[in-house]
Design a protein around this ligand. Structure first.
Ligand code: GLU
Length: 493
């Protein structure tokens, strides 16, 4: 048997470090067995999936050196590798399941589903809806079918008993069937849900081992059942421990930068980030902290993964990155790294229009444009003294901007201007007054190049990190304030 693993990201946002972590372990597992590693794009959520996000995922994984053998960009014998391009495959399989009695058309309206759930809640039962709960009287089912009501296809699931799933790291996982609902497989628009598309594609693409985050454990019983219904051999499952913040909560962008773009823009080296991700729950046989991807592949052993939640600690990664710069990069390599990072025509080219109108000698360029080549600016509370806003308003303004920016799908100046204008209106401030604290937060000074252009050029991750940094410098948002802010922000949206 040839081992085949895959990473199956949904392109619905920034390229997440969690995706890179899971990709890395899948890649190492495949290589260690002389197998193949596949990249599949799971874009069945047509509303949230974007081509920009997909491109960023591909770019970041290649930047990290994680190469795939088959994928939407390189092709392969099992394509297409983008679920949105796999046409009617899923519908056909859903029909098969209906014919074999393992799935059914469900004509329930959303109001009826709410009522059914309410009734279960009131009776103190699990909220999982079972085929028997969903069934309509035969004439009613026939009427809705005849009248062409919208329907979804759901899978049959046992009402009672225990489902036993094998996990490569966790051994046997037991889940009560009572907790598992009659999962939707095909939505009313004919698109498959994650569960159906994932199982069908893993099978058709010959995937033998599925290494994925532990948040998918609850899906495993449904998937196992689908494999049984189809009469297919299920890949071995392995649920990896979730990455955590240093306070042990689940890694989230509220507390830590989670986008690979951030690490790239902040000047981390890809080999250091990949090495650090390899330390997440895993260690080399000799426990050394610094190792290359090749070394990791050579020594990989999935059984060395420990399940205690691995902590993604920015300070440790920064330390490791420093070790790489000092130990691995000679002058020529460091120069190359700097050029790849920011000292290149493409990036400097974007900055020239910003500096040209503002300098008289070339020696003025570096001091003026320093914020384009730095991480978090060195600022202190007193830098905001000139801003005529109460502390509460100031914090709120910065926080609202971070939240609005988190939602911007395509990062360009016009989009940012729209957000800034909307918020300035909300705060009843002129643009200039609104931008004054933003200016300090982003450029680190009170006079520099245009802050709107700076944010557009610096990108979403660095901009948001600088705004968050300013909030911290100003003493941070208290829990109480956060509650107030969240409410006001929701009303605004
Ligand atoms: N599309 C899922 C994700 O975004 C894939 C989960 C899996 O690996 O099965 O993570």
């Amino acid at each position: 048997m040839t081992v085949r693993t895959r990473i199956a990201p949904s392109p619905t946002g920034d390229p997440h470090v969690g995706t890179a972590y899971i990709a890395l372990f899948n890649l190492c597992f495949a290589r260690q067995h002389g197998g193949q590693f596949i990249l599949r794009i799971e874009d069945t959520d047509r509303v949230r999936s974007t081509p920009e996000s997909e491109q960023m995922i591909l770019d970041s994984l290649s930047w990290l050196g994680l190469e795939w053998d088959e994928g939407p960009d390189v092709g392969g014998p099992h394509g297409p590798y983008r679920q949105s391009e796999r046409g009617d495959i899923y519908g056909e399989y859903a029909r098969q399941l209906i014919e074999s009695g393992h799935a059914f058309k469900c004509y329930r309206t959303s109001e009826e589903l709410d009522e059914l759930r309410e009734a279960r809640k009131a009776a103190g039962m699990h909220l999982a809806l079972k085929p028997a709960d969903l069934a309509l009287p035969a004439e009613e089912q026939a009427r809705r079918e005849q009248e062409g009501w919208p329907y979804v296809v759901r899978m049959s699931v046992p009402a009672t008993g225990t489902c036993v799933v094998e996990d490569m790291l966790r051994g046997v996982i037991e889940v009560e069937w009572a907790q598992v609902d009659a999962q939707i497989l095909l939505k009313s628009d004919g698109m498959p849900t994650y569960h159906l598309a994932n199982v069908v594609d893993d099978h058709l693409m010959g995937i033998t081992h599925v290494l994925r985050g532990e948040e998918w454990i609850n899906s495993a019983p449904k998937h196992q059942l689908l494999y049984e219904y189809f009469g297919w051999q299920m890949p071995m499952l392995c649920h990896m421990p979730l990455l955590r913040n240093p306070d042990k909560s689940k890694l989230s962008k509220r507390k830590n930068p989670t986008s690979i773009n951030y690490y790239r823009r902040m000047g981390f080296l890809p080999q250091a980030v990949t090495n650090y991700l390899g330390r997440m729950g895993w260690s080399m046989p000799d426990e050394r902290e610094k190792f290359s991807l090749d070394e990791m592949m050579a020594h990989f052993d999935i059984q060395r993964v420990s399940l205690g939640g691995p902590v993604f600690d920015l300070d440790k990664l920064t330390w490791l990155n420093g070790v790489y710069i000092r130990e691995d990069l000679d002058d020529a390599a460091l120069l190359k790294a700097l050029m790849e990072w920011a000292f290149n025509e493409e990036y400097v080219g974007q900055i020239l229009p910003q500096v040209r109108p503002r300098v008289e000698t070339l020696s003025q360029v570096a001091p003026l444009a320093g914020h384009f080549f730095s991480g978090l600016p060195v600022i202190e509370e007193a830098d905001f003294d000139a801003v005529k806003l109460s502390r509460e308003e100031l914090l709120k303004l910065l926080q609202f901007l971070v939240w609005r920016f988190e939602l911007v799908p395509a990062w360009h100046k016009e989009a940012l201007l729209g957000e800034v204008k909307a918020l300035a209106g909300h705060f009843d401030l002129k643009m200039k007054a609104f931008l004054a604290p933003v200016f300090i937060a982003v450029t680190g000074s009170s006079s520099s190049t245009s802050v709107m252009d700076a944010m557009a050029i610096l990108g979403s991750d660095v901009t948001r990190a600088r705004l968050r940094h300013a909030i911290e410098v100003l003493g941070g948002v208290s829990k109480k304030q956060a509650k107030r802010f969240e409410k006001e922000f929701r009303d605004l949206a």
